[in-house]
Design a protein around this ligand. Structure first.
Ligand code: PLP
Length: 245
């Protein structure tokens, strides 16, 4: 008897030559969770742990062809999207993807400040939100997206409401950039009070944590877990990875 086929996650995002973030980090999370990864590369970037040296975006056609080929290989259970680069790539992804659970990590820049999405790309990303099951901004990303949607929201809660009103079903706000002993993430769904997910704050300044978390969530959704369980388990897995490595 052959082994059962593992659930499959399609990863759409950028290559980071340092291996700290992007698709390489994503695949670690996918494989650790017992899933299979297929990929569509949006950009090849040259990075060190300290900065972005260069970024070469793929053409929208190349991205679309990769997505088509990945889907032609067999069923896909969830999609994780990271770096998209520009509006034309966002449009190609939107056009090519069928209706699947989509986790969007709204990657705007590297930790060192190098831009990974242009201004028009941000508008296109917001237009894509009705297709998104879960978006996972950190606090700076949430502020930028909310500001793009009109006058300053003021609070995290008000900013999240703007994203939900654009059509995203769930918003997971990552607390890594906040202060405090714990790094608390908040999962917002509809009008109910957010679910708080706690983990001790990690001391090291780490790269690729957002990539890993979103991919770990996608893997658990691909296994059939509900969003709340997927987020809680993925956060625990992220903490284990970075405290053990
Ligand atoms: N480079 C690529 C290709 C990414 O996808 C990401 C994040 O998703 C980053 C860099 C940013 O990672 P970091 O915040 O660790 O610099």
């Amino acid at each position: 008897m052959s082994a059962p086929t593992p659930p499959t996650v399609l990863l759409i995002g950028g290559m980071d030559s340092s291996g700290g973030a992007g698709i390489l980090r994503d695949t670690t999370a996918i494989h650790q969770a017992g899933c299979r990864a297929r990929v569509a590369v949006t950009a090849v970037t040259a990075q060190t742990d300290h900065g972005l040296i260069a970024s070469q975006l793929m053409t929208p056609e190349t991205v679309a062809t990769q997505i088509g080929a990945a889907l032609a290989c067999g069923p896909v259970d969830a999609v994780k999207i990271g770096m998209l680069g520009n509006a034309r790539i966002v449009a190609a992804v939107a056009e090519e993807l069928p209706d699947l659970p989509i986790i969007l990590d709204p990657v705007l820049a590297t930790s060192s400040g190098g831009a990974l999405l242009d201004y028009a790309g941000l508008s296109a990303l917001i237009a894509f939100l009705p297709r998104v099951l879960l978006i996972t901004p950190n606090l700076p990303e949430l502020a930028v997206i909310a500001a793009h949607l009109g006058p300053e929201a003021g609070t995290t809660d008000a900013s999240v409401r703007k994203l939900l009103s654009q059509g995203a079903q769930h918003v997971l706000v990552k607390g890594g950039h906040a202060e405090g002993v714990d790094a608390t993430d908040l999962l917002f769904t509809g009008d109910v009070a957010p679910l708080a997910l706690h983990a001790p704050r990690m001391k090291k300044s780490l790269r690729g944590t957002g990539c890993y978390l979103a991919s770990a969530i996608a893997a658990r959704l691909a296994h059939g877990a509900p969003v709340e369980t997927a987020c809680a388990e993925a956060k625990a897995a992220l903490h284990r990875l970075f405290t053990e490595s």
